[in-house]
Ligand binder design. Structure first.
Ligand code: PHE
Length: 450
């Protein structure tokens, strides 16, 4: 099948890294790091991404490129028999549902960027006003919905431009820019008086803090941050060149995601220490604590604007990947033109996202076991659907696909033709895909249920 794909290896790595690097790195990782013991969490996280997430990402790459189709039919194309077909619907549904609520937070970021440009986070604003701004904003009926719509619209426009001209070109501009900005902010933060304690909190592990909970939290974070278990990596891998080296691309993607997470940690945690704030700030870290701190720094509004611009870039490269999956499904399976597909996905996500956004305010009464609609999306997808979908993919690659096909995809040659070193790594990989990753995913899944 002739499909549009990424033009260069470099562009595809930036697009993959763009999907992975997002709010999960800048907003979620620092607060997980601070909640689960700093260095101890970092150490466990590194183990998880190497041992558990790398084989899963590689499995998704193998499925995507071998199937040469988006997430909906890649598995089915490789194995038309058996129960695997149901995975396709799941792999389109999950990114779409995530898109709806992810763009709500994207909208918040846009709003905060806007407020920074209006000098709302300067020394003249009272700390109480900054602190209450967040709750006041998200509970309103109109403004958050408008900003959600604007964020979603920006995503839709980029996706409408296509894989090369939209996703790849934007990632090539946005990712280096994001990297540069985050480095600058981290440098500023780490040189604040009193910040060194924060730096050592991140890099000096206290081994007594390593518990099974830390493992589960790190694994959940690795899943979320690397966008696996969603069908996204399958769809993006189907745009990769047939000759590209999958393990190398997976390593680069994972490494850049990790690098961004550490830089974000270095940008945020030392500031907390410098200002004597506690480390367990939870989800309010980026939208409440940081603006408060920015307002006390010289040129606070400027730093806040640059920071929220960076968060916006990170969020949009991730939402692009979420948006692309249902669009590729409509284009490939419903034979709809790309324009029209983008419009339909935009409208559907606008309506559902608006409901998620309103659940912080006017629709706050609608709850299921004490969770508002937004939380139900986040909870169900993060704890059940993503681990489950990830589980299905590793099961498929590890237990259903032929080892010779896997070898063909990874090394572009047959098993007997592998040299000693490659054969060793191949066996390690297959072992990880067959046993380690499914067991780990199952643990995350069960911990979410129990
Ligand atoms: N990986 C993204 C982040 O860290 C979130 C995401 C998850 C994006 C799943 C797409 C799919 O923010």
């Amino acid at each position: 099948m002739d499909r549009e794909g990424f033009k260069s290896n470099f562009g595809s790595i930036l697009a993959l890294a763009g999907s992975a690097v997002g709010l999960g790195n800048i907003w979620r990782f620092p607060y997980m790091l601070s909640e689960y013991g700093g260095g101890a969490f970092l150490l466990v996280y590194v183990l998880c991404i190497i041992i558990v997430t790398f084989p899963i990402m590689l499995s998704e790459f193998i499925v995507g490129r071998r199937g040469n189709r988006g997430a909906f039919s890649a598995i089915y194309h490789i194995e038309p028999r058996g129960p695997w077909k149901f995975y396709g619907s799941l792999a389109v549904f999950i990114p779409f549902a995530t898109l709806c609520y992810y763009c709500v937070i994207g909208g918040w970021t846009l709003y905060y960027l806007f407020q920074s440009c209006l000098f709302q986070f300067s020394s003249s604003s009272s700390p109480e006003a900054i602190d209450s701004m967040f709750e006041h904003f998200i509970t309103q009926p109109v403004t958050p919905v408008v900003f959600h719509g604007l964020f979603l619209l920006a995503t839709a426009i980029i996706i409408r431009w296509g894989v090369r001209n939209g996703i790849e070109k934007c990632s090539k501009v946005m990712m280096p820019l994001l990297f540069f900005i985050m480095l600058l902010i981290a440098a500023r933060s780490m040189t604040l008086p009193g910040a060194s304690e924060g730096v050592s909190y991140i890099f000096n592990p206290d081994f007594s803090k390593i518990t099974p909970q830390v493992f589960l939290a790190a694994m959940g974070q690795a899943f979320y941050s690397l966008s696996v278990g969603m069908g996204i990596m399958i769809t993006y891998a189907s745009y990769l060149d047939q000759k590209s080296n999958l393990p190398r691309i997976a390593s680069y993607t994972i490494f850049s995601d990790f690098l961004f997470a550490v830089i974000a940690g270095c940008a945020i945690i030392p500031v907390l220490f410098a200002f004597g704030m506690s480390t367990g700030q939870g989800t309010g870290l980026v939208f409440k604590t940081l603006p408060l701190i920015f307002s006390q720094l010289p040129f606070g509004s400027l730093i806040a604007a640059v920071f929220f611009f960076a968060v916006l870039l990170a969020a949009i490269t991730s939402s692009m990947s979420l948006f692309e999956v249902p669009v590729s499904w409509l284009v490939e399976h419903k034979h709809m033109p790309r324009n029209k597909s983008c419009l339909y996905v935009f409208l559907a996500a606008l309506v559902i996202g608006a409901v998620c956004s309103l659940s912080f305010g006017p629709l706050g009464q609608i709850t299921i076991s004490n969770k508002i609609i937004f939380e139900i999306f986040d909870y169900t997808i993060g704890n059940y659907l993503m681990p489950f979908a990830g589980f299905v993919v590793v099961l498929f690659v590890g237990w259903k696909m032929h080892a010779s096909d896997i070898c063909e995809e990874i090394f572009k040659t047959s098993i007997p033709a592998l040299d000693h070193r490659c054969r060793f790594w191949f066996m390690v990989l297959v072992f990880a895909i067959k046993y380690i990753s499914p067991a780990a995913v199952l643990a995350v899944f069960l911990s979410g249920i129990l």
